[in-house]
Design a protein around this ligand. Sequence first.
Ligand code: AMP
Length: 144
Amino acid sequence: MTLHAPYDPANIFGKILRGEMPSVKVFEDEVALAFMDVFPQGEGHTLVIPKFLGARNFLDLPEAEVGGYMLRVQKVARAVEAGLKPDGLRVFQFNGSAAGQTVFHLHFHILPMWDGVKPGAHAGGGMKSAAELEPLAARIRAGL
Ligand code: AMP
């Protein structure tokens, strides 16, 4: 039953926020951090996390934090579109392990999609290196 368990600051995204783990960043301000998914379901798969500590999932996020965070999710989604020019774009997130969540710090996925290209398995693809992800991140940053 992971939907309302206590927030564990040792989760991997908490470590990325504290600079204890590397990430290929595309956007950062006082509210949110966006970086490339290292097991991408497709080219340009990007994650947007709130800097607010304590929300394992969307249901946990205090109402006062929602508006600012969602503005950043949209900002990064627009940058992904501008930088990578996909035919479509999925914006999604999971709440609880029963729903498929595997990292328990709130995050939205932004997955660009191209006609005829099926997305890979969730959190199940091969790991990409920073060198492979950086050129995509650069194009997304240019779209901000
Ligand atoms: P979820 O299953 O919705 O919690 O999504 C977690 C996402 O984080 C998956 O898409 C993973 O591929 C991704 N992921 C796991 N570890 C890392 C990491 N160290 N850096 C970037 N993305 C990660």
